[in-house]
Design a protein around this ligand. Structure first.
Ligand SMILES: NC(=O)c1ccc[n+]([C@@H]2O[C@H](COP(=O)([O-])OP(=O)(O)OC[C@H]3O[C@@H](n4cnc5c(N)ncnc54)[C@H](O)[C@@H]3O)[C@@H](O)[C@H]2O)c1
Ligand SMILES: [Zn+2]
Ligand SMILES: [Zn+2]
Length: 390
């Protein structure tokens, strides 16, 4: 079969690889009908995430049709259409029982590697480096889904692929980011990054009753979508002083909640700092917490800092501001399974149309290497790439 594979920093290829087969009684094999490129894939492409190996199959946002099932699978049968959360869940460990699905203690085959870095293992993820289990991803014609009896969900009757696909990751991720803000209604929420995750965070903040939603980005087409999603105020971080503008919008009080939908590859704002950082970005693959640093400043005392943006290891942040202002940090890979059913309902009743951010579609995985670059470089107004490989 064809699959998009990682071969080093900036080197993604469409390879011909062996078809996956059932390896365990709890496996399902899917024929992939839709898959997407995520901002998290860019961290792999850019060499930010340790423990990738040449030939690894990418992709953690995918869905498809069941073509084979292991002997222990009774939840699905051949022909079922299934949407698959990006985290793999055993369903039995303490974290799974608590609903902390992205911290499943048993699904990561390389859990000891993660524990060395983070203190405890974290869940196995599809197509996301060996520290998260080294499972083959779904930017492919076929994919093996381990522990398929727990996390995956049958696509609701009448829902097409493009409406269901983002249940795998970016929609629940934007939603959880706002869930973490504990909104009661009327708060000022500032969201850094108007990529797919930021756009769904904006949409979620609207639904959950934020009073004012400030979107921060610099890419014109993303800013336009942020407005469309419901942002009430826009700050162009490349042209404006973000801190000053947030003060102005909040009558000097600061944002109640700040949300990091950028992650470790943030670009610096206007001024000299941006020149230095532009050079640094070209030369190294270091993590760059500029956006996070700004958020910690811009949030009001005793406010909430919600961080869905991905970081891969230690970074310098202003611990003083966290302590002195009494901030609450909430973060994490998304507990996707928690949100599947409620969000599927919001899609079905028309409250959320998740397709609004799709800008690029292809039926050929061979277009993948080029489309990865288009998405990374934000060329051709690219916001989200979806493949329909079968
Ligand atoms: N927690 C999770 O489970 C989870 C799931 C999916 C994605 N993510 C992470 O969420 C982040 C966003 O994902 P995405 O798909 O939207 O990515 P993306 O790369 O498409 O979007 C990031 C956006 O941030 C903007 N940006 C860069 N520097 C900025 C700055 N200093 N201030 C404000 N905006 C800035 C960029 O212009 C871009 O529009 C990534 O770090 C990704 O890894 C986390
Ligand atoms: Zn993702
Ligand atoms: Zn578990």
């Amino acid at each position: 079969m064809k699959a998009l594979c990682w071969h080093g920093r900036g080197d993604i290829r469409c390879d011909t690889v062996p078809d996956p087969t059932i390896e365990d009684a709890r496996d399902v094999i899917l024929k992939v009908t839709a898959c997407a490129i995520c901002g998290s894939d860019l961290h792999l492409m850019d060499g930010q995430m340790p423990t990738m190996e040449s030939g690894d199959i990418l992709g953690h946002e995918f869905m498809g049709e069941v073509v084979d099932t292991g002997s222990a699978i009774s939840t699905f049968k051949k022909g079922d259409r299934v949407v698959v959360p990006f985290n793999i869940n055993c369903g039995e460990c303490r974290m799974c029982r608590l609903g902390n699905w992205s911290c499943c203690l048993r699904s990561n085959r390389n859990g000891e590697m993660a524990a060395k870095m983070f203190g405890y293992p974290t869940a196995g993820l599809f197509g996301y480096a060996h520290i998260t289990g080294g499972y083959a991803g779904g930017q492919a014609e076929y994919v093996r889904v381990p522990m398929a009896d727990v996390a995956p969900m049958k696509v609701p009757e009448g829902m097409d692929d493009e409406h269901a696909l983002f249940l795998t990751d970016i929609l629940p991720t934007g939603w959880q980011a706002i869930d973490h803000c504990d909104l009661e209604g009327g708060e000022i929420v500032a969201i850094w990054g108007a990529g797919p995750v930021g756009l769904f965070a904006i949409k979620s903040a609207v639904i959950k009753g934020a009073g004012r939603i400030i979107a921060i980005d610099t890419v014109p087409e993303r800013i336009a979508l942020a407005r469309q999603a419901g942002a009430t105020d826009i700050i162009d971080f490349a042209k404006e002083d973000v801190m000053e503008r947030i003060k102005e919008i909040s009558s000097g009080q600061g944002a109640d909640c700040v949300v990091d939908c950028v992650g470790m590859e943030s670009v610096a704002g206007h001024g000299m700092f941006s020149v230095v950082s532009a050079i640094q970005e070209k030369l190294t693959s270091n993590q760059r917490p500029y956006a996070l640093e700004q958020m910690i400043q811009a949030v009001r005392p005793c406010g909430i800092v919600s961080i869905p943006g991905v970081y891969a290891g230690p970074i310098p942040i202003n611990m003083g501001a966290l302590v002195q202002k009494g901030l609450t940090i909430k973060s994490g890979q998304t507990h996707v399974k928690r949100y599947l059913e409620p969000l599927a309902k919001l899609i079905q009743d028309g409250t959320i149309d998740p397709t609004f951010l799709i800008t690029h579609r292809s039926t050929k995985l061979e277009d993948g290497p080029e489309l990865y670059k288009t998405f990374r470089d934000k060329k051709d107004n690219c916001v989200k790439v979806v493949f329909h490989p079968n």
